[in-house]
Design a protein around this ligand. Structure first.
Ligand code: NAD
Length: 301
């Protein structure tokens, strides 16, 4: 049986570290770091994510200020709000919760955030610094995953790493961070030929795709480390019966509640083959929020 990489426990350690950093900053006579969260529209999932981020701010002593705009807000209104937050010396970090409602250009909004306040690490300047291996604000999900892998003492140097997914938010920055640690990195995606064979080469497999249970146990090299970034809600019983063959509890939850959360990896099957696996929920999700708190503290320095 594989070891479970406890993302929640590691996230709690990261949050405690941020809290100590905030306390030290306040003890030196400065105000606490301040995160401005911009939420446009009323997407229920976005509201849940924002609540989680505000709660983590409260736990760490970071001040959070929510700025809500209605779903029919114009690009000019969004840009204007970002400009004001950029100019506000009392704000250290700016987070625009994605996705933005249809009709709004999220790239335009993200590119408008002043790079030193870009706590999501999505601005081209911060992405460029990452590409060059220079310090900057880095995307929260991959940087927190790296933080956890190091804390677990998992060797990356010389390892074959496969990152499934090539998004700007997770896949690409994850690949760059693994490369920085001297892993030999392959980025696989929806057009990759013979995906199972590519995955089977991985000593470290990171799945960031958004397809429930895509990665089967037979895709995993025995003894590999598996990081599951995907967060998917499954409601279809036929799909669930296939992907949860080794996880009867997930199937029970789906039947009782009409839906269940899972990752891109078939956790039960992975547990039989891998050396270590992150669960969903309780794996990468909590780490991402902890990474955001770390970035907000960093942006305030
Ligand atoms: P995205 O949709 O931007 O990118 C998905 C990537 O997967 C694409 O590069 C695509 O090429 C690839 N892909 C799609 N179908 C594929 C297939 N069948 N085989 C191989 N590759 C395929 O998604 P994202 O923003 O990178 O997020 C990926 C997943 O991670 C989602 O489930 C998202 O909810 C989750 N996520 C979780 C956290 C967290 O905190 N745990 C943070 C960010 C994203």
């Amino acid at each position: 049986m594989a070891q479970i990489l406890d993302g929640k426990a590691h996230a709690d350690r990261m949050l405690a570290e941020v809290k100590r950093g905030v306390e030290a900053r306040v003890a030196s006579g400065k105000r606490p770091p301040c995160l401005a969260v911009v939420l446009v529209g009323d997407d229920p999932a976005s509201q849940v994510y924002v609540r989680g981020k505000v709660k983590a701010c409260q736990e760490t002593g970071i001040t959070s200020v929510e700025h809500r705009l209605s779903a029919d807000a114009s690009q000019e209104e969004v840009n204007g709000l970002i400009d004001r937050l950029n100019a506000d010396a009392g704000v250290d970090g700016i987070l625009v919760q994605l996705p933005l409602p249809k009709g709004l250009d999220s790239k335009e909004a993200l590119h408008r955030i002043a790079p030193p306040k870009d706590v999501d690490g999505f601005h081209p300047l911060n992405q460029g610094l990452l590409l060059e291996g220079l310090p900057g604000l880095r995307p929260c999900t991959p940087s927190a995953v790296m933080n956890m892998l190091k804390a677990y003492g998992l060797e990356l140097k010389g390892q074959r790493a496969v990152v499934l997914g090539r998004s700007e938010i997770v896949g690409k920055p994850m690949a760059l961070m693994l490369l920085e640690e001297h892993a030999t990195v392959t980025i696989a995606h929806s057009r990759t030929k013979d995906l199972p064979a590519v995955c089977r080469e991985a000593d470290l497999l990171v799945a960031a795709v958004g397809r429930p249970g895509l990665v089967e146990g037979s895709w995993i090299k025995p003894g590999a480390v598996v990081v599951d970034v995907g967060i998917n809600r499954v409601e279809d019983l036929e799909l669930a019966t296939r992907i949860f063959a080794k996880e009867p509890k997930k199937l029970e939850t789906l039947k009782a509640k009409g839906g269940v959360l899972c990752g891109d990896v078939r956790f039960g099957e992975a547990m039989e083959v891998a050396r270590a696996v992150t669960p969903v929920p309780g794996g990468v999700g909590p780490l991402t929020i902890a990474g955001l708190m770390m970035n907000t503290l960093q942006a305030s320095v």
